[in-house]
Design a binder for this molecule. Structure first.
Ligand code: HEM
Length: 536
């Protein structure tokens, strides 16, 4: 009997192996043009993931069609996509065929929540989280945005320029401001007193910032994470991490233990305050965590689904994580550009000075030039850049808006995508596409946004924000996109009233580290810009 089982298993393994080999050797994707791989082992990944690989990105944007074939590990085919119809199919129409990438990584890092789930489970988290980002709630957030932005002005910037104009590292100030903004409005937690010389080395802030850089040290092992999660004895895995002599693995363990414990404490403190009657969720729900608790409680009261404490903890950490580096990157871009374009800076300041010093939400979002500048920054330099990833979960047919010419010289208006193909939604390439944005697509020109609509655009994309793909589109688009813009706008209004920004250091280099670009000087994060106080 045993020998029959062994034979059947051997036969199955043989056919599976042949199938795998065939898939490796022949694929319908081979007719899609793309760059030569630089090594069989890592394909194009070295150039693609290079933090300074801007030239390779430009080559992908310009030298092929709107779908490009790249090679990953051991000959895996990856599709790099910015064709409008293909993106619509992946993100909207056939979104269940294409699962969000890195979901298992998020599950391993944080637990079960909006970033780490798929299908109906994800829809539950999204439904629960959306009300926290409604316009009504954003309106209530504006005073906290102002409070933090003024602290950045008075506590961080003013003391540095008391003796006249100075070159200041704005990256430090803007990153601290972004974190404090999401800390206060997300979880009612202050990471930073924002006072001169008192940069508190908040352990929670440091842990949140180091999660992805640490995890990415294991990037090549990511494909194994789904298997690890299926392993039936988590305590054995834990034991292995404890005994294996791999310091980075232990560091990752300590970081996630700490972020989880801190988020758990924040949640349990809130619950205790509700029990003791010092917090009324209906009256005091001003931050995202309280709003999440509120919407979960309401759904539970109506007999529907609700979030467990673990899910609430994981969701809180995920939202803070999703908000922090993205907004910090876009704020840094905004200030780099403001310093590079004095005319834009003057026009913006004139618009802001014509309004009261403190504006409400509706006045802020209606300022046309400020809106145009923010849109143009987010179009030209999307913070999740260059791409967002998807995994093809069933054999699919990708429609194309514009046919591409295959390697064999024939025109292809659809592409057969085999199950298992990794897809890169090329956010930056789409935002730079000359067929959509015109010949000046690569220029920083806020004036292109008339009445919130880009003048040249005729092709309708599935992106949720101004025809750009910056926040993606469909059922997994960014839920914080209005929140992010509002933050940028409030900080711009407060700082441009008080200071003039000029002479950005010519050594500033943007690097794509851990998926999100940030400014560096001599390999250190920095954005040195001359800041001068304006007379009131
Ligand atoms: C300029 C700043 C931001 C950019 C460019 C950005 C961009 C994105 C993108 C591209 C995605 C989709 C990723 C994917 O599916 O692969 C996403 C998802 C998400 N973003 Fe943002 N984001 C920003 C700020 C924020 C903020 C401020 C918050 C919250 C306060 C936030 C919360 C989220 C969440 C929770 C998701 C997951 C949505 C889901 O899977 O259903 N983001 N973001």
């Amino acid at each position: 009997m045993i020998s029959v089982v062994v034979k059947v298993c051997a036969l199955l393994a043989f056919f599976y192996g042949i199938r795998l080999l065939r898939r490796r050797l022949y694929s319908p994707l081979d007719n899609v043009p793309g760059p030569q791989r630089s090594s069989y082992l890592t394909g194009n990944l070295t150039e693609y993931l290079d933090p300074d690989g801007w030239a390779f990105q430009t080559k992908l944007e310009n030298n092929y069609g709107r779908v490009v074939k790249l090679e990953g590990l051991l000959g895996t085919r990856i599709l790099y996509v910015f064709d409008p119809a293909a993106m619509h199919s992946i993100l909207v129409k056939d979104q269940d065929h294409y699962a969000k990438g890195l979901v298992s990584l998020h599950r391993l890092l944080w637990g079960t929540g909006i970033l780490s789930t798929l299908g109906d489970e994800h829809r539950k988290f999204r439904k629960m989280t959306m009300p926290a980002f409604s316009t009504a709630n954003l309106r209530r957030t504006v005073p906290t945005f102002y409070e933090v932005a003024r602290k950045a002005r008075d506590g961080l910037l003013c003391p540095l320029i008391l003796d006249g104009p100075q070159k200041v590292d704005l990256n430090n100030i803007l990153s601290r401001t972004s974190l404090e903004l999401i800390g206060r409005t997300g979880i009612g937690y202050s990471f930073d007193p924002m006072l001169p010389g008192q940069e508190r080395a908040d352990r929670y802030a440091q842990a949140l910032r180091s999660v992805f850089p640490t995890a990415f040290k294991f990037g090549v092992w990511f494909p194994l994470i789904p298997l690890i999660l299926k392993f039936p004895f988590p305590s054995f895995l834990r034991f292995m991490i404890n005994v294996l002599p791999i310091p980075t693995l232990r560091k990752a363990r300590d970081i996630t233990d700490f972020t989880t414990a801190t988020a758990q404490k924040l949640v349990s403190d809130r619950k205790q305050a509700i029990r003791e009657g010092t917090l009324d969720l209906d009256e005091d729900s001003r931050d995202i965590m309280a709003l999440l608790m509120n919407s979960s409680q309401k759904m539970a009261d109506e007999g529907g689904m609700h979030l467990t404490d673990e899910e609430l903890t994981a969701s809180t950490s995920m939202i803070i994580f999703a908000a922090t580096d993205t907004t910090s990157s876009s704020m840094n871009r905004l200030w780099h550009l403001i310093a590079q374009y004095p005319d834009v800076q003057e026009n913006l300041r004139a618009e802001i000075l014509a309004e009261p010093e403190t504006m409400d939400h509706d006045t802020l979002v209606a300022l046309p030039y400020l809106d145009a500048v923010v849109r143009e920054v987010l179009r030209l330099y999307p913070p999740i850049s260059p791409t967002a990833s998807r995994d093809t979960v069933e054999d699919s047919i990708l429609p194309l808006s514009t046919p591409i010419i295959g390697v064999d010289g024939t025109a292809m208006s659809t592409i057969n995508v085999p199950k298992g193909t990794p897809i890169s939604i090329a956010i930056a390439a789409s935002n730079h596409d000359k067929q959509i944005w015109g010949e000046d697509a690569l220029e920083f020109r806020p004036e292109r946004w008339i009445n919130g609509k880009a003048e040249s655009v005729t092709t309708k994309l599935c992106g949720i924000y101004g025809n750009t793909m910056t926040f993606l589109g469909g059922g997994r688009s960014c839920i914080g996109f209005k929140f992010a813009q509002l933050e940028m706008k409030v900080v711009a209004c407060v700082l441009l009233r008080a200071f003039k920004f000029s002479e950005p250091d010519p050594r500033i280099k943007w690097r794509m580290t851990d998926l999100i670009p940030s400014p560096y000087v001599d390999n250190q994060p920095a954005l040195p810009i001359v800041v001068e106080q304006l007379r009131p």
